[in-house]
Design a protein around this ligand. Structure first.
Ligand SMILES: [Zn+2]
Length: 248
């Protein structure tokens, strides 16, 4: 069954809204991930997990949002980082539109860590709800939770072997591990205990951490499958939630 909003006809979407009230919204980023992964790696992975999850537990999958804030990666080529407030406005408008089409529970799935958009969105939703202006709910799931505690602990950083393994599962044709010549150097902070804005470019000069050459496609597939199971389970439980009426 095709679950992707962008590939369905209008009547098919309307039919789907009769059978499920959940829309899943994947989001990622456009930021450098070393010389071996596409800049949209987070988005490709999020889209893949959402599509798998929606096949297990029926839901519609909204088009992935690639434009997000990624300010810490601006020092690298290929990054497009847009202002948080602008992107929150887009997210909010997409949620409003999904709800207007009958999907009253929107599950945002993030393949992109450390994004302020979800917190900002929640604040705006609460503000609107206090004025009786919303008739839907928003939920957030992060890939770092979906992969499970053990995998999260073993995560070897941006563009490292684990993320490269996921990319190999989600979009193998776009992964170029042979372009990695050596493990990514991690330069120690010049001022330990003092954080500074150019952390990334100083400590991770090639835009990836650790050794992506240790990536394993089969392991990546396994991890994304368990992330999809986790998300499907969340969607199933969310279907059982009753939306509390908006305050008037
Ligand atoms: Zn990433």
């Amino acid at each position: 069954m095709n679950v992707k909003w962008a590939e369905l006809t209008g009547p098919e979407i309307a039919e789907l809204a009769e059978t499920t009230d959940v829309a899943v919204l994947p989001f990622g980023s456009l930021e450098m991930h070393g010389p071996h992964l596409p800049v949209s790696t987070d988005a490709l992975i999020a889209e893949f997990v959402c599509a798998e999850a929606a096949r297990i537990e029926p839901a519609v999958v909204l088009p992935v949002l690639r434009y997000t804030p990624a300010p810490s990666m601006k020092a690298y080529p290929g990054t497009i980082s847009l202002p948080t407030r602008l992107i929150t406005t887009i997210f909010e408008a997409v949620c409003d539109e999904a709800a207007r089409n009958g999907f009253k529970k929107i599950v945002i799935f993030s393949g992109h860590g450390g994004c302020e958009v979800t917190a900002d969105l929640r604040e705006r939703w609460l503000e609107k709800r206090s004025k009786g202006m919303v008739d839907y709910s928003v939920f957030c799931v992060f890939i770092s939770d979906a992969i499970g505690e053990e995998n999260a602990k073993a995560f070897d950083g941006h563009g490292g072997a684990m993320e490269t393994s996921w990319a190999m599962a989600a979009a193998p044709e776009l992964v170029k591990v042979n372009r990695v010549e050596e493990p990514g150097p991690i330069i120690q902070p010049e001022l330990p205990g003092v954080s500074y804005a150019d952390y990334w470019i100083k400590q991770v000069p090639y835009g990836y951490k650790n050794d992506p050459r240790k990536a394993d496609a089969a392991r990546g597939k396994e991890m994304l499958k368990s992330a999809a199971d986790y998300l499907a389970d969340a969607v199933k439980k969310i279907k059982g939630f009753e939306i509390t009426p908006s305050a008037t």
